[in-house]
Design a protein around this ligand. Structure first.
Ligand SMILES: Nc1ncnc2c1ncn2[C@@H]1O[C@H](COP(=O)(O)OP(=O)(O)O)[C@@H](O)[C@H]1O
Ligand SMILES: [Mg+2]
Length: 303
């Protein structure tokens, strides 16, 4: 867990981070990095590598396996430690606090610097990677695609989307990004799926969500994972978050994904508030979003 990493981070020495980033570099070429390659990757003497491997393995930051050779790889705690170390050096993060949420593909923590922020560690590829690799003893290096790469790519995409959308669209303000991690504004709100809206708030809140989707479209993105779990309701309105899978509006599947997003959101409101929201012409609504027209939901109720 990251709380441990945060307290252990203080115990780690700068050469431990050389070792960790040496393992990280080696993982670009093979899943398990051979011990004898580490002095080069980490720029440490072989004796120092042995000493650091032992320290890092005891702290759960790397794991070891002997196949045809003795190899090491980063655990996700080890990768978290590297990103956190970078944020600490940049002054983006000074302390790690409580978990804010555990998604299916992320761990999100409250962090502090000059203000309270949210740190999202991406885990895309990690679960899947575990499944696949439990089955086989050895992955040929040429087939090797590290989960580090998948998670890093997701974080990069999420950060880029936030940079484009903020502040025109109501999304968390992006603050920093490194490896598989994104630092952003911490939103003080309740997920839509865990909110019981007053009857008279239902349509206005649905209109706000559709309005943000239209704003995002206008800025060039379809969210592509819209649901009641990725929208916060706050004092000020709504905030749409969780953007790593967003696609550009000129993407071949953009229209299909937009319709699915509209259907997910409207469908949720219909199920939860059947007396307030009638059947909606999803395609007409998607047309209006594409055309940059008004998206007040009641205009799209079916006859
Ligand atoms: N900026 C934020 N501020 C506060 N809580 C957040 C923030 N971003 C995410 N969370 C919390 O973490 C959970 C998982 O985040 P999310 O971005 O949806 O990742 P996932 O891809 O795993 O669903 C959310 O459901 C939410 O409770
Ligand atoms: Mg989510």
């Amino acid at each position: 867990m990251v709380e441990n990493v945060a307290s252990e981070l203080a115990e780690l020495e700068s050469e431990d981070f050389y070792l960790l980033s040496g393992v990280e570099q080696g993982m670009r070429f093979s899943e398990w990095v051979a011990r004898e390659k580490l002095p080069d990757f980490a720029d440490l003497t072989p004796e120092n590598v042995d000493y650091r491997l032992d320290r890092c393995e005891r702290r759960g930051l790397i794991e070891r396996k002997t196949i045809q050779y003795e190899g090491y790889r980063l655990t996700f705690e080890g990768y978290d430690a590297l990103a956190l170390h970078t944020f600490a050096e940049r002054g983006t993060v000074e302390a790690v606090g409580a978990p804010l949420g555990v998604g299916k593909e992320s761990d999100v923590y409250e962090v502090r610097s000059y203000t309270s922020l949210a740190l999202k560690f991406h885990r895309e590829g990690y679960t899947e990677f575990r499944e696949v690799n439990r089955e086989r003893e050895y992955t040929a290096d040429r087939e090797h695609v590290s989960w580090l790469y998948t998670a890093r790519k997701a974080a990069k995409r999420e950060h880029a989307a936030l940079e484009t959308l903020y502040p025109d669209v109501s999304v968390p303000r992006p603050v920093d990004h490194n490896r598989h991690a994104v630092v952003m504004e911490r939103i003080d709100g309740v997920e839509l799926g865990r909110t019981a809206l007053e009857p008279e708030q239902v349509r206005p809140v649905l209109d706000l969500v559709l309005g943000e989707m239209a704003g995002a479209y206008d800025a060039g993105y379809v969210h592509a994972d819209m649901s009641e779990y990725n929208v916060f309701v706050t004092e000020a309105g709504v905030v749409v978050f969780d953007w790593p899978q967003a696609v550009p509006t000129d993407h071949a599947n953009a229209r299909e994904l937009l319709e699915r997003d509209v259907e997910n959101v409207v469908g949720y409101f219909r199920r939860k508030y059947p007396n307030r929201v009638e059947a909606v012409d999803v395609r007409a609504l998607a047309d209006a979003i594409e055309a940059g027209e008004s998206v007040a939901v009641s205009e799209f109720f079916e006859e």
